[in-house]
Design a protein around this ligand. Structure first.
Ligand code: SAM
Length: 268
């Protein structure tokens, strides 16, 4: 039986996953990014796919407000969240709707840094989107992208594979990030550097792993339809995943899921 599945709120899912990283991760990805980016006072920064504004706030805090920071996203609900954070800080950011599948609404040579965190692999025409990011950067400016490398959260996929008895459908992130997206940056920018961030998330019980799983499958439900077709099948899969995850916790005393993130830095 096929039935329409109600999506959960994207904002809720994104914030749930960010919260789980904060609580169970051994390392802080925002701190890593700041070390890698070497931000300078007065910089003009654009964050594409800014979501709820996580990177905007991190840059603002690091530079003590001495920066011109713009965030854009296609999702109005997430932009509302970013605007809410902007208001709390006294409106230091420019926040605007922006679809990276279209021309970016900025002049050539505008920004010192364009960042795009965990979003670029949703682009429908990757070389076009990368060329737009290149266009709006000043000469010598940098593009920073982050996304999953092929070994990312292997345990997550292993558990789902075992629970469902099926192959994992290709994910836009892990299947395209280190290949097509890297290639597009390499082809467009004068140089590209790769930095790797590994973050083990340690779960002493299955519950937070299941919360993470729900917040991932909900967000990308249309990608997972080969594993379930109805709400009942989805709930059955979650039960099966819980059983496998519980087994790992009983056997090993914990379940460790390691995020393996690649940062690509293109210099114009
Ligand atoms: C996983 S979230 C990451 C959000 C944020 N950068 C962070 O790290 O918390 C992916 C983001 O990409 C955005 N996105 C997807 N397609 C987009 C598009 N065509 N144009 C702009 N943003 C897009 C989504 O709305 C979402 O905010």
């Amino acid at each position: 039986m096929n039935e329409k599945i109600d999506y959960k709120e994207t904002t809720n899912d994104l914030l749930t996953r960010i919260d789980i990283h904060n609580k169970y991760g051994g390392r802080d990805i925002d701190q890593w990014m700041l070390e890698v980016l070497d931000l300078q006072p007065g910089m003009k920064i654009l964050d594409v796919g800014c979501g709820g504004g996580k990177q905007l706030m991190s840059y603002h805090k690091y530079l003590n407000g001495d920066a011109d920071i713009t965030g854009g996203d296609v999702n109005e609900e997430l932009l509302e969240q970013a605007r809410f954070e902007n208001t709390k800080l006294g409106e230091p950011f420019t926040i605007l709707p922006l679809d990276f599948n279209r021309q970016l609404p900025f002049d050539d040579n505008t920004f010192d840094l364009v960042s795009c965190c965990f979003a670029i692999y949703y682009a429908s025409d990757i070389p076009y989107t990368i060329s737009e990011m290149h266009r709006v950067l000043k000469p010598g400016g940098r593009l920073f992208t982050s996304g999953p490398m092929p070994d990312n959260k292997k345990v997550f996929y292993d558990v789902i594979r075992e629970a469902s008895g099926k192959e994992i459908p290709p994910m836009p992130g892990s299947s395209r990030y280190s290949s097509q997206i890297y290639a597009a940056i390499e082809n467009t920018f004068s140089k590209v550097d790769t930095v790797i961030f590994e973050n083990p998330l340690t779960f002493k019980t299955a519950a937070p792993f299941i919360a993470y799983t729900r917040a991932s499958l909900d967000e990308d439900r249309r990608l997972w339809t080969s594993l379930f077709n109805s709400k009942e099948e989805y709930e059955q899969l979650i039960q099966d995943i819980t059983r496998v995850a519980d087994g790992i916790v009983q056997r090993d005393g914990e379940l460790v899921m390691t995020k393996v993130v690649g940062g690509f830095i293109g210099t114009k």
